[in-house]
Design a protein around this ligand. Structure first.
Ligand code: ZN
Length: 630
């Protein structure tokens, strides 16, 4: 629950960033300097600030606004007018600070070697921290206004718009403790983070990484990016060696990893109990006003469709001609096609054509993104890797890419522009307080755009090899986003339950749970290597209370919406625009209902499963009739 409007920051989509890091980094020698790239292929930030002096001037203005807000301490309860003007000032600071920060961050990301933009970004971040400190009293003071009085004030012109904001804020009241108790909880903060910190230090610095020979015979150190990249290699020896080398490092320290994970599960349960929640799950979902049923619905519905995943694993085994299928055989594409390259002009045409089912209003904004330089297209020396959308209230929703022309890159364009559309329509239609969007829905707009785009590519694919390649890509998206993240969601639930019941949490216990889930998910044809058992101890997301279910739920919601859009259902386009325009002026589940999906029911998840089955039905004959496979 984002109680600080305007402070949305970078819209990093975790899974996407992870996928992006899999690309082979462009060789430094062939990567151009930024000034060698044509202007039309770089984003145009000049409409935000036309000079360094303009940024500086704005910085000082925001600084004085922060001081003005700090001086309002103790006045919020004086009356409706005092409350309204304080809220408006806070919202204005929120969006202006966001603009200062976003601009500084984007300038920094253009070439991270330059000290100038780095210094500017640090200044913006320092101001944001000072703002946080100077206004830490704001929310507690709002909560002290007697509820009946507040509700009376909210009827006034100018305050009515804050109705949903206060509804959301007041929900948290039941979980706020006395000031002494709050102080004690805050004091415990540093110690309860030890598990998380130790995990991060161990896995990022001290863990022993091994080397293997790559397909060309060169020794490579198996770091995370190298490992995920190796999984897509057609050379099975390399995939297997990389898998084993990568996991051996984690097996070496499995007991330590179990201890850091156990510590984190205990941390989550401690705060949940302290704040009167029945479980860590309840606390995590309550942050977005989601009932725990949404979580169980996902796990239960996917659980009833696991034979589809067994079928997919068995197909991998047959198509690759293997005796047994292992984890390191799952990622490789079954179609034997040389990777196609798409120029930027082709990407533009393909994406704009592909998203036509969303209608002309949506299409016009996306065209503007391409033609008004909202996109920073190519890699240059020193540029940030990966891809993101930076949506702010006072600027265009800019998109950073490192476009190299692969199919994956073109899909990333559709994905990031999908985010940009939501940023755009939300800010155009909402006041600053609601210009963000709920975390639970954050990947829906991007994934729906990506699915509709990929389906259009499939429809235009002429030969069977290209079709097989694209279908395999879509199946892999779903395996990695829906099945794999639900699998993690199951593990998380089991691990939290151990903490809540006070049961032992050793490496053996965790690994047994991880193995049992793998057995159920992938079925009898799948071999579980010792390295795979330790996977559950190396997932960073488990250190953020119940995070991954959003990926799977978002994908299913997006698949259901995409189907309605592509089928041309009456009103589907209008519902979609309404969803994008809602910002966070409603709760996540209500927003999704606007778009025509009810995530408390199995239906959207069943629709995603129907899509998976349909793609499998199409792929099997393509591969087995011969010619398309390898
Ligand atoms: Zn994303």
């Amino acid at each position: 629950m984002n109680k600080q409007p305007g402070r949305r920051g970078i819209l990093a989509c975790g899974l996407m960033l992870l996928l992006m890091t899999m690309h082979v980094p462009t060789k430094a020698a062939t990567t151009p300097e930024r000034n060698e790239i044509e202007e039309r292929d770089k984003w145009d930030l000049s409409s935000m600030y036309d000079s360094a002096e303009a940024w500086d001037r704005h910085y000082r203005e925001v600084e004085s606004m922060v001081a003005a807000l700090a001086a309002r301490q103790g006045t919020l309860g004086e009356g409706a007018d005092a409350l309204r003007s304080a809220l408006e000032l806070r919202d204005a600071i929120g969006v202006q600070l966001e603009k200062l920060q976003a601009y500084a961050a984007m300038r920094h990301h253009e070439d991270m070697r330059l000290p100038g933009p780095q210094g500017t970004l640090q200044r913006a971040e320092t101001l944001a921290v000072r703002y946080g400190e100077a206004t830490a009293w704001f929310q507690p003071e709002l909560l002290q206004i007697p509820e009946a009085r507040l509700k009376e004030w909210l009827r006034a012109e100018g305050l009515r718009v804050y109705g949903h904001y206060f509804d959301d804020l007041l929900r948290s009241k039941a979980h706020i403790l006395s000031s002494r108790e709050e102080e004690l909880l805050a004091m415990a903060g540093k110690t309860t983070e030890t598990g998380d910190n130790a995990f991060s230090l161990l896995t990022n610095t001290e863990l022993r990484r091994r080397t293997v020979k790559d397909p060309e015979g060169a020794e490579v150190e198996v770091t995370s990016p190298v490992f995920y990249q190796a999984l897509y290699s057609k050379d099975r020896r390399y995939r297997r060696d990389a898998f084993e080398a990568y996991h051996q490092g984690y097996l070496d320290v499995k007991s330590t990893l179990a201890a850091t994970l156990a510590g984190t599960m205990h941390r989550d349960w401690y705060y949940s109990k302290a704040r009167h929640y029945g479980s860590s799950l309840e606390r995590a979902l309550d942050a977005e006003n989601l009932p725990a049923g949404v979580y169980h619905n996902l796990i239960g519905t996917i659980g009833r469709h696991l034979p589809l995943l067994h079928r997919y694993a068995a197909l991998k085994k047959r198509a690759l001609g293997l005796d047994a299928v292992h984890f390191y055989d799952l990622y490789v594409n079954l179609a034997d096609v040389p990777e196609r390259q798409y120029t930027w002009a082709e990407a533009r045409t393909l994406v704009l054509d592909g998203i036509k089912p969303f209608g002309s209003e949506y299409g016009a904004v996306m065209r503007q993104a391409f033609d008004s330089r909202w996109i920073d297209v190519y890699a240059n020396r020193g540029k940030m890797t990966g891809a993101y959308n930076m949506g702010t209230y006072l600027s265009a929703p800019y998109v950073l890419l490192n476009y190299t022309g692969t199919f994956n890159d073109v899909s990333t364009v559709a994905h990031e522009l999908g985010h940009a559309m939501q940023s755009y329509f939300a800010k155009e239609n909402q006041p600053p307080v609601y210009a963000g969007y709920p975390m639970f829905t954050a990947e829906v707009a991007s994934t729906a755009a990506e699915i509709v785009f990929k389906r259009s590519m499939l429809d235009r694919a002429a030969d069977r090899k290209e079709r097989a390649f694209l279908i395999n890509q879509m199946l892999e998206d779903m395996r990695q986003t829906v099945f794999r993240q639900t699998q993690f969601a199951e593990f998380e639930l089991a691990a939290h339950t151990l903490a809540e019941k006070g049961e032992p949490m050793t490496a053996e216990v965790f690994m047994r749970i991880g193995r049992e889930i793998y057995e159920r998910y992938y079925g009898p044809e799948f071999v579980i290597d010792p390295g795979l058992e330790v996977e559950c101890l190396r997932i960073p997301h488990f250190y953020t209370n119940y995070y991954v279910h959003r990926y799977a739920n978002s994908y299913c919601a997006a698949a259901a919406i995409a189907r309605q859009i592509m089928a041309g259902n009456a009103g589907a386009q209008e519902r979609w625009l309404q969803f994008l325009k809602t910002g966070n002026s409603r709760y996540a589940l209500d927003m999704l209902k606007l778009a025509g999906v009810d995530m408390t029911t199995p239906q959207p998840i069943e629709e995603a499963m129907a899509l998976f089955r349909q793609l499998l039905d199409e792929l099997e004959p393509l591969l087995e009739a011969g010619g398309a496979g390898q």
